[in-house]
Design a protein around this ligand. Structure first.
Ligand SMILES: Nc1ncnc2c1ncn2[C@@H]1O[C@H](COP(=O)(O)OP(=O)(O)O)[C@@H](O)[C@H]1O
Ligand SMILES: Nc1ccn([C@@H]2O[C@H](COP(=O)(O)OP(=O)(O)O)[C@@H](O)[C@H]2O)c(=O)n1
Length: 437
């Protein structure tokens, strides 16, 4: 059950966003979770503070947590809040991220039969947390389920033809909904113009980009004949028909995306690892975005005192240098949990944070640094405001979870007080000229 502290905070935090203040220019970068995009409009947001005033009294304070440096309170969280019932909030314990409606990220994976789409998709899934939806697999599962469409799908596949979009798009939509993910690799779809238009019309989603595995027919035929999965369509007659359909119906779709600058053509005649190496850079920007999002999620869960989320995002052996540890390296979560536990004792205080100049640096495939400055405003019991700035570096490492899936965990962070700006003073004669640099 959510603590009172958590519940009360949640009532104010239904619609969140985090502000970013760029230190290099006076531009606010307002990241809205609902849209998943940066709004770089060059103006400060006008905010109605009335909801802040009214919701403030309903909030258990995070000041104590903030004072301890583990808690911040996003202004937007408070200022753009709307209240939900406690019961609703209760259900949300440990799941704050699920409130954030983000536009699904879709990547289409195209290529002839046997070009290696499924093989590469399973590697991408393992490394980049996408859900792999193979249109062919969904259709085969539909046959097995005894659905009314079963016989029609079976005959169409046997003929190497394309199943009507009405069926395939419905299956894809259902699978997307059930996945609980919002990153999808859709493999073997769209296979013709009808597929493409139907998906776009029904879902309103456009792919981020489209991967096309370019492979010779001889190589694809050789691979399919060795595939040995007992598929009814993996016989030489149907294979030839599928190649014909691919050239006639699927290549025009490839061309469509090429014209729109969305196509990523990959030489699929190479070996499996080589191909995967050339796919990696396509997914790097997603990794950077995800790390920034995870960092913000971490700060948010600190804001709302949600220890369950904090625990999910952090490695149990998390190490930290922070002002509260007085120069010592603290290890494990207990040091941090202490502040979550006591936060509810100080209901009258509040704080809010902005992060500025966030930078993500990938270190190989499985480690990354996220650095930023955290500007925290807080009030004392008497309502006296103060502002502090911290420089924070969080080290994230990609580790297998209990299901073997690679997930990012915060393994270390370092926070120090941001040095106050002092005007440069010329060193006095005879004194160490480097002093103060
Ligand atoms: N780059 C590759 N080199 C050699 N064999 C491959 C390669 N990629 C996939 N294969 C093999 O070829 C067969 C077809 O691959 P698959 O991923 O099922 O293709 P698709 O999903 O495009 O039909 C599988 O048996 C797979 O192990
Ligand atoms: N969008 C799609 C995808 C597959 N299919 C059918 O499913 C068959 C197998 O597709 P698949 O993607 O599993 O396999 P490959 O042909 O890529 O090896 C296709 O030949 C089509 O008959 C379809 O009708 N529509």
């Amino acid at each position: 059950m959510a603590s009172l502290f958590t519940r009360s905070l949640r009532t104010t935090c239904r619609h969140r966003s985090l502000g970013f203040l760029s230190s290099s220019s006076p531009t606010w970068f307002n990241y809205r979770h609902c849209e998943g995009k940066f709004d770089t409009s060059n103006k400060h947001e006008e905010r109605d503070t009335s909801s802040f005033k009214s919701s403030k009294s309903a909030c258990y304070s995070t000041w104590y947590l903030a004072a301890a440096g583990i808690c911040s309170f996003s202004s937007a969280m408070l200022l753009e809040s709307s209240c939900s019932s406690l019961e609703e909030a209760d259900k949300e314990s440990g799941q704050i991220q699920q409130n954030d409606v983000r536009t699904p990220r879709v990547v289409f994976v195209l290529g002839g039969p046997g070009s290696g789409k499924g093989t590469q998709c399973s590697k991408i899934v393992k490394n980049y947390g996408f859900t792999h939806l193979s249109a062919g697999d969904l259709l085969r599962a539909e046959i097995r389920s005894g659905s009314q469409y079963g016989a029609m799908i079976q005959n169409t596949i046997k003929e190497g033809k394309i199943v009507p979009s009405e069926v395939t798009v419905k299956l894809l939509q259902k699978a997307m909904k059930e996945s609980g993910n919002d990153n999808f690799l859709i493999d073997g779809f769209p296979r013709n113009e009808e597929n493409r238009a139907a998906f776009e019309t029904v879902t309103g989603i456009e792919p981020e980009f489209v991967i096309f595995f370019d492979c010779t027919e001889e190589e694809m035929e050789r691979r399919i004949m060795n595939r040995n999965q007992g598929r009814a369509d993996d016989n030489i007659d149907t294979i030839r028909k599928r190649f014909k359909v691919f050239v006639e119906s699927s290549l025009p779709v490839v061309e469509f995306y090429k014209e729109r600058g969305k196509l990523q053509k990959i030489d699929a005649t190479r070996d499996i690892e080589d191909i995967f190496k050339s796919l990696k850079p396509l997914f790097t920007p997603f990794v950077e975005e995800d790390l920034l999002r995870l960092t913000k999620e971490l700060l948010q869960c600190i804001d709302v005192g949600d220890y369950a989320v904090y625990k999910r995002l952090c490695d149990p052996a998390l190490t930290a240098f922070e002002p509260e540890s007085h120069g010592h390296l603290v290890e494990g979560l207990a040091f941090h949990k202490f502040y979550f536990d006591i936060g509810r004792m100080f209901p009258a205080l509040s704080s809010q944070s902005q992060i500025s100049s966030p930078k993500v640096t990938l270190v190989g495939d499985d480690a990354a640094l996220v650095t930023y400055t955290r500007l925290r405003q807080s009030t004392t019991m008497d309502g006296v405001p103060s502002v502090e700035a911290f420089n924070e570096t969080r080290v994230w490492e990609r580790k297998p979870d209990s299901g073997g899936m690679l997930v990012w965990k915060n393994v270390h962070f370092h926070r120090s007080k941001s040095p106050r700006h002092r005007p440069y003073r010329k060193a006095k004669k005879g004194k160490d000229a480097r002093k103060g640099c």
